[in-house]
Design a protein around this ligand. Sequence first.
Ligand SMILES: Cc1ncc(COP(=O)(O)O)c(C=O)c1O
Length: 367
Amino acid sequence: MSAQIIPWAKPDFWGKERQYVVEALDSTWISGGPFVDQLEQSFSALSGGARALAVSNGTTAIHLAYLAIGIQAGDEIVVPGFGFLAAANVALHMAARPVFCEVDPRTWCMRAEDVAPVLTARTRAIVVVHTYGNVCDMAPILALANQRGIPVIEDAAEAFPSRYRGQLAGTLGTIGTFSFQATKTITTGEGGMVVTRDDALCERMMLYRSHGLRRKKHYWHEVPGLNCRLTNMQAALGCAQMEKLGRIVAERLRVYATYSSRLARMSGVTLQVFRPEVEPVVWAIAVQLDPAVFPQGRDSVLQQMLEAGIETRPGFYSPGQLEYFDCPPLATCDALAASIVSLPSYPTLTEPEIERICTQLAKLGRS
Ligand SMILES: Cc1ncc(COP(=O)(O)O)c(C=O)c1O
């Protein structure tokens, strides 16, 4: 294996991260505190005034969204059959039933026509997952959901700060959720955010976020709450990252542009497609491999890339492969799950490194 491994992801700290974390420590505000308020305010401003609540991670963000809309045991929640499975996993913890739908074979995201056939009288929420930084075609999904009176939760963990028709992904539905986990575009190590324009839902999420307690009445639990709070030290990291958001996005766009011009000329690989309404900030650059060009199979390609000193990742496994889900075969999702490779994608990735990654991938295919 070559000495210089190119990792799949790498967080970068270009701004005042160290200074702000030390400030948080010095202030002795180490649980909640002013950086939490500041991070929420900056998210709210970017969201066009939606209310934003900082939370402990992107999974608790989804949990709070479900609690706020009142998911009950036996309710059905529509989720895509290709994508990170947090929304489906949390559904199981609430004794709700994740109902998987197909996705578009080009954008790898769910569409209204994928959702419509799986809606039933028991559907209580639709969770759209904006995979890899793409944004689902929201207008038809929202039209369908409004018609049926079903709330839409946008899982925008991978899509900050992508836009759809100029609007921030995560602010188009009833509630939007974000993750600040270490590989994400903005990171606090672990962390997340929920946004909504609905004051009543926001109040419920605030209550559930903090043990069901209100500040003015100590130890009086109004609801069986959780602890989903972000610490002031983590928020300090987030505030520093938000100050550098422009540069982080510019570097991610550069990395994507370099990759896409190189990969567009390579045989046997197909890039994710973005609809004209979408301005993506791609979190993970991924390709679908053509088995005729890569007959060794996707998993062997991952291994061969690693042997060449390049860390890559598979696309998300299909829920049908995981025995704890009850998921019928989904032709498109299952095919994507078996054939996608995501490539190193982070703001400091250099042009020679991208060239090395692409050259290595091309070498593994039959010309
Ligand atoms: C689409 C999606 N949703 C939710 C999550 C969960 O977020 P977290 O790891 O912050 O809990 C992730 C991954 O981290 C994700 O990619």
